[in-house]
Design a protein around this ligand. Sequence first.
Ligand code: MOS
Length: 639
Amino acid sequence: PTRRSSDLAQTREQAEHAATLVGVSYQADQARLSFEKLLPEARRAPDVPGEPGTLTRGNADAALAGASVVVDQVYRTPRLNHAAMELHAATAEWHGDHLTLYDESQGISLTRRSLATVFGLKRENVRVVSPFVGGGFGSKLVWSHQILCAAAAKLCQRPVQLVLSREQVFATVGSRSLTEQRVALASRRDGTLTALVHTGTTATGVGKNGWIEQFTSPARRLYHADTYRLAQSVVELNTVASTYMRGPGEATGSFALECAMDELADAAGIDPIELRRRAEPAKDWSHGNAFSGRDLLEAFRIGAERFRWDERSAKPQSRRDGEWWVGQGVAAAYYPYVRLPGARATIQLTANGYATVSCAAHEMGMGTATVQAQAAAERLGLPAGHVTFTYGDSDLVAAAFAGGSTQTVSIIAAVEHTTNALVKKLLDLAGRDSPLAGAHPRDVEARDGGLYRKAGGAGESYVSLLRRAGRDTVEAEASGGAPMEMLKYSMNSYGAQFCEVRVSELTGEVRVSRWVGAFDTGRILNPKTATSQFRGGIIMGIGMALTEEAIFDERTGRIINPSLAEYHVPVHADVPPIDILWTGIPDPLAPAGARGIGEISVTGVAAAVANAVYNATGQRIRDLPITPDKILVTQAQEQ
Ligand code: MOS
């Protein structure tokens, strides 16, 4: 039936008022709302992404029982919200059975597929347009609002825009789940690890609905121990969905593991960096594969030098500045390398020597368009200003989604293959009168705006090649292929987080006063955008360490603090100068030598803060966030 357009509100105020007039009656049922009460019924998580949820080597419990140095503690992380500045919003428009959705998305191809399924449309009848995303961090995928928006637009037959309020973002978009983790480490007197146990529980939706934080992920790759036991359990709750949030699993897991490593260093009387040096593995114990490139210790070395780690006193409460205790802490950062299959790219080269590279990629402020244009220009031998990168439209060939730190390398692999296809086409076009006549792709290199023989250097510019062939444009399209390198090697990124805090003895307030992040993420493609990306993750980690917690009312399952006034993300005054360094050592197996950098910088941050708080005050806070009340309570208990 045709509805009049007046059936929908014309303003936000009308919509909010109308919503108050809707009465809902429902039959109340028992809801699962309390993580703590349901902990005894936790079930084993069958797997964590791509790996078994339970993994053992040797008898870790026996090793723990017989060890000379043991640390065995429980760590807790709360529910967190992505708190992207830009609220979730969508605009939907129908033309017959064609739907166009203007979205802010980090997975436009996924959104297109979901909308096609929901509305029973052919995939090509759905177009998702998303040129810019004002912050995503894992939250800007498909939720109920895009579907409601498209349904409303269909019903009233005109374009509809839907913007969630901040409170609605907290209530309807999934976020990071809470965890309770046990880490038990045992070592010999020299600090070499004899046991590494990492177990615990997280929450997800009822009926396996949602993400399960794989917090044991860092323990699978970071350290050598003689024995291991990793196991994850999960509790199902009827609260807001658990979903990916920057460094999902690694952010929470690294808090527990990296605090425990610091506690072990303290117990064994060994410098925490030296402890990690002694735990450096020769290969990935969980798979038995060799590492493709691993320079964690080099990251610690350059970070320690910049931070002046050697000036630190290992003894807590040894530096004081008025009411402030000053302390320093360190932690490792870790995030796996993933490259997704299925990413494609097209390149159009025009007769004036300009190129357009296109795919359905995403720009969330991390510099996707800049980095891809630069990388393609380098590959094509063109000045960066001659290459345009177009993206953000599902009508373009599919790219990787912007998640799991996969997008950049996945697209670069596709652009590499597409460049090869383009070179082949160009050589096919080169006539007998061309200096490139008869040349094979492997004989030529792209440089100086054209193709030139590696031997002898004869060749010609793209402009001349296309003119000679009488073409306005030449186009190529290819896929990045399958990430075969991931099957044979353990490919991961690493880092070292150095933090200095000041803790007020009077108020328990923690201020982060200095930060050095040193990363080993392969080749850095653009120093400026990479620095910004790393800094952003560290700032997010400082929020996780000190202020962020989405508090749930266990009677209703609702969030009590769904606003940025009460859910505290770091503001400028909370953020110290952050120095960013990298090893820059290219990964021999990754496209362009680069591994992803989007998520690693949030990992290890909360642990570095907690370890610095211990160094400042002698207080171990194992329950995030480290708010003043916890410091004051611990202080009182110790006195
Ligand atoms: Mo990331 S949490 O995969 O956007």
